[in-house]
Design a binder for this molecule. Structure first.
Ligand code: ANZ
Ligand code: ZN
Length: 750
């Protein structure tokens, strides 16, 4: 297109954007006169590249939904804000050599402009940014409520330390075992840190998925991530020590031929210290090597099994008093179950591989397997004392009963999910509002002192030691105990990126409230979110965290219901020019402003909606656009009656909002199209009056004819005979069958 034409298009689009703004067209009425519809899109991190093509797909798709729902008579809330606290914003600030507070403000301005030129119908009055002091105040307030409720606690935990980003990461923040930001390798470090007790909600996070409309894939991913399993804890005696193992297959207890413990297991250290292990050097060497491996490497089932037998210790199976050898091996993880397993090589492939490699005994305890193969299926128990003859479920119950009665086993439940590591060692995160007093221990600061902001620091870069940069703010750290007034120290760790995004959808409802994070009446009016769209990559992070956060607030009485989002969808991924997922951390983004400058917003919107994949049926935008094309083609020579033309413009409006407003105005309308209702239709006109009847002879299709749906049988038979003249000539019709609205069949004899 010529540059002049583009200029005109962009000017025209800007004109409508201003008119919509002036008319407050996208601000919800909030007066109860219409049913509410809360349409939510994941808010962006304001990163250096501004809004990019990867954002355009979900934003435009959800914009169509918002505009459509408004036309259908809903009071629509479609808000936007900025996830401006956290590692992404800090990294950008460091890169351009500015303080994050300044760079965030500049970036938000760029985003605002990019959003506006796309014609996105966000409510301009509910805007928030998670780095606003007023917002931080409530994030910290919520942390304090969680602390008071026993949901926030400090403990030493293994963390993933990224030496490149110089911060700790939770398992959720890893991608294929590497740092999700810099894609580099991470190391395990022990660190005293704050945790949120998300595991207390593990069952409800699984069970309440029955209440929501999420894609099956998303539900499955959350369920697998939480990883609930039902099994048994069994105590094995090792001399005077008790070594407890977790097993989901206690029914196979008589097939145990060895035990394996994680190299980090406390008992291993104890036995080494006590000099019980004869091959201590080999054991120590193996322990050191395992430390350097990532969890992914350790659990990779395709890798050759390694390990060292601990000479000098044996474990006693409490069910038959048999002594079995103990190995250390890195396929047993330190932080799942008890970090120790009973191995049943006949029925577990990992144990099978290990037994084969080390030449260990294999005892089958389930009938049905093939010789010299692991058998992981169900079957009748054999070689199993009192469990013989039972199936799996019966045997599990019987073994747990027996073990419980004898005091050496218990039926239990375990989760793969860990508590949420909530400490970060970065400057640009919400300071954790806690104070340590020698006498009173950890105390929350007085709520009247919120927000607690970081002190201004010229050098806010992370440290090499894993300590927070706030530890350098020696004056800021010094404070007094909120409890006893004695000198005390502030916590220097900050919250993760995921803190602010765990509740932002509630702040939109009442973004200027300085008494509460959101008034109860607004929450009652708008929650839950009717439709939330976001990336698949957030399934086991943000989506899980925010569901937990909402449930915790719900238990404390602050929010209605138990689930924040009624329905979740996710759009397909947009790839960058390098074929990788488009994202700022990969540096392969195409800015949306570039694309809009080339073709105008409407053309971009149409192209994106027509070409880009949406997984959900309720959102097949390309089908809608094809439908409108068919509509146009139904009028030969492009001659369309005025009413048909108006209807087309109305239907096209959510997709190409600027152009259709212009056309609507040209037709002489004085009200803007955004305020028009969706066109109605007369359903009776859609009922077909004629239909196609098939004609069959002896069940074989020979032709068809078109007739009125309620034509009489005599007429239908006459028409069918006409269609099948050739096949009926010289044949005797024995029987005629008419299936209403479908077919006429002749049974004939030649
Ligand atoms: C004996 C057994 C026999 C097992 C059998 C399985 C099959 P899920 O279902 O994923 O929860 N296990 C327990 N703790 C472990 C750890 N720290 N690291 C690695 N593996 C561990 O897995 C539970 C099963 O994984 C447990 O049941 C245990 O092996 C193993 F035919 O015990 B099983
Ligand atoms: Zn004190």
């Amino acid at each position: 297109m010529a540059t002049d034409d583009i200029k005109k298009i962009i000017e025209r689009e800007a004109k409508w954007q201003k008119r919509w703004r002036d008319a407050r067209a996208f601000v919800p009425k909030n007066d109860g006169s219409k049913p509410k519809y809360y349409n939510l899109i994941e808010f962006p991190f304001p990163s250096g590249s501004g809004l990019h093509v990867g954002h355009m797909l979900p934003y435009t798709g959800m914009d169509v939904m918002a505009r459509y729902k408004r036309m259908r008579g809903f009071d629509v809330l479609f808000p936007i804000g900025y996830d401006s606290m956290g590692i992404s914003s800090e990294k950008y600030a460091t890169k351009i050599g500015k303080h994050p507070r300044d760079s965030v403000a500049e970036l938000i301005n760029i985003f605002e402009k990019d959003i506006s030129v796309m014609g996105l119908s966000f409510d301009p009055e509910s805007k928030i940014a998670t780095s606003d002091p007023e917002y931080i105040k409530w994030t910290q307030w919520m942390f304090i409520q969680f602390f008071k409720a026993g949901l926030a606690y400090k403990s030493e935990l293994p963390m993933n330390w990224c030496p490149n980003c110089r911060t700790n990461l939770t398992n959720e923040e890893l991608e294929d075992g590497c740092c999700e930001r810099c894609h580099g390798p991470v190391e395990k470090k022990m660190k005293l840190q704050w945790n949120l007790a998300i595991t207390k909600y593990a069952d409800r996070l699984i069970d309440d998925l029955a209440l929501v409309d999420y894609p099956e894939k998303v539900k499955t991913m959350q369920i697998n991530w939480i990883g609930r399993s039902y099994g048994a804890d069994v105590d094995f005696r090792v001399g005077d020590d008790v070594m407890t193992v977790y097993t989901t297959r206690v029914d196979t207890i008589f097939g145990v031929t060895f035990c394996v413990v994680a190299p980090e297991h406390k008992l291993v250290k104890k036995w080494l210290d006590e000099g019980k292990i004869k091959n201590a050097d080999a054991a120590r060497e193996y322990i050191a090597a395992a430390k350097a491996k990532s969890e992914i490497e350790r659990t990779d089932a395709t890798k050759d099994k390694t390990g060292v037998k601990l000479d000098g210790v044996m474990a006693k199976n409490p069910f038959n008093n048999k002594d079995v050898p103990i190995f250390i091996s890195d396929y047993v993880l330190a932080d799942y179950g008890f970090g120790a397993i009973m191995a049943v090589p006949a029925h577990d492939s990992r144990d099978w591989d290990f037994a084969k490699k080390f030449g260990l005994e294999i005892i089958p305890v389930l009938a049905g397997g093939e010789p010299d193969k692991v058998y992981e299926g169900d079957g009748t128990h054999i070689n199993s004392s009192f469990l013989d003859g039972m199936d799996k479920e019966t045997a599990i119950a019987a073994a747990i009963k027996y073990g419980t009665e004898h005091g050496f086993a218990r039926g239990t439940k375990k989760y793969k999910l860990k508590d949420w590591g909530f400490s970060r060692q970065m400057y640009w995160g919400e300071p954790i509002p806690m104070v340590y007093c020698e006498k009173c221990g950890w105390q929350p600061i007085n709520e009247s002192e919120l927000p607690l902001l970081q002190p201004h620091m010229d050098d806010y870069k992370p440290t090499d030691t894993g300590e927070s940069p706030l530890a350098r703010a020696t004056d800021w750290i010094k404070t007094t105990c909120p409890c006893c007034g004695a000198p005390a120290k502030r916590e220097t760790d900050t919250m993760p990126q995921w803190a602010g995004s765990s509740w932002y959808f509630m702040r939109y409802l009442d973004s200027k409230n300085d008494k509460e994070f959101c008034s109860r009446s607004q929450l009652d009016k708008w929650m839950p979110v009717d439709h939330y769209n976001g990336g698949m990559e957030h399934t086991t992070r943000h989506l899980l965290y925010s569901r937990f956060w909402y449930k915790a607030l719900s238990d404390l009485g602050y929010v209605p219901g138990v689930e924040p989002y009624k329905k979740r969808t996710s759009n397909g991924l947009i790839m960058g020019p390098d074929g990788q997922k488009m994202s700022k951390s990969r540096g392969n983004v195409v800015p949306s402003s570039d694309v809009v400058a080339r073709a105008g917003a409407d053309a971009c919107r149409m192209a994106i909606l027509y070409l880009a994949p949406w997984e959900q049926n309720n959102m097949k935008f390309n089908t809608a656009i094809s439908g409108m094309m068919e509509f146009i083609n139904a009028f030969p020579g492009g001659k369309m009656p005025r009413r048909a033309y108006e209807i087309l413009i109305q239907m096209l409006n959510p997709f190409a909002p600027h152009l259709t407003e212009e056309m609507w105005e040209k037709l002489g309308h004085t009200d803007m199209l955004v305020f028009e209702p969706w066109p109605t239709f007369d359903a009776s006109k859609l009922v077909a009056t004629t239909t196609i009847f098939a004609v069959t002879v002896n069940g074989k299709r020979v032709g068809e004819f078109t007739a009125n749906v309620d034509a009489g049988n005599d007429d239908l038979v006459a028409m069918a005979k006409n269609t099948a003249t050739r096949q009926l000539t010289g044949a005797e019709i024995i029987k005629t069958i008419v299936v209403p609205k479908k077919l006429v069949n002749f049974v004939v004899k030649k």
